[in-house]
Design a protein around this ligand. Sequence first.
Ligand SMILES: [Ca+2]
Length: 174
Amino acid sequence: MYAHSPSCTSPRSCIPSSRHPPPRPHYTRSAVVCLSYLRPSARRYICNNNGAVRLVAGATPAEGTIQICKGGVWGTVCNDGWDDTDATVVCRQLGYTQGWAVDTTGRTFMDATIGPFPQGPTDMRVWFSQVDCSDTDIKLESCPNTGHAAMELSCIDHSRDAGAFCRNETSSSR
Ligand SMILES: [Ca+2]
């Protein structure tokens, strides 16, 4: 994961050893390597399945903050305009029949409180806002939305990341 340098396997190990302090030029080079680990382009968000969605940090696999793989990088979705129709598209992608939008205050569902879920890391992108899925959409990526470039500032800082709660609804449970 931290492929830049064999000696930099974690943020902590990036600190030069006091037992064998390296000469200054080496120390400077090490510092650059370790800062790159912390940069927004963090390699841990790389994905190779564009259009895929996942739910993160929920109490069960069927709930959580939404992330979508876009341009080879996982990012979140702003809850501006986020509704149950949008959440259902995400949940269907994940193999469920129905979804419910969960915002940053959580949601009460059948006397249980779902969420709120932890927001995305600050160095992760927020890919979509104003998502406007219809019942016929089968993938979140094909739903009309406002992309990252035109997004409101309040979305970009992850304070409004969208969540979802998925279920398999049977005819008897409707
Ligand atoms: Ca919507």
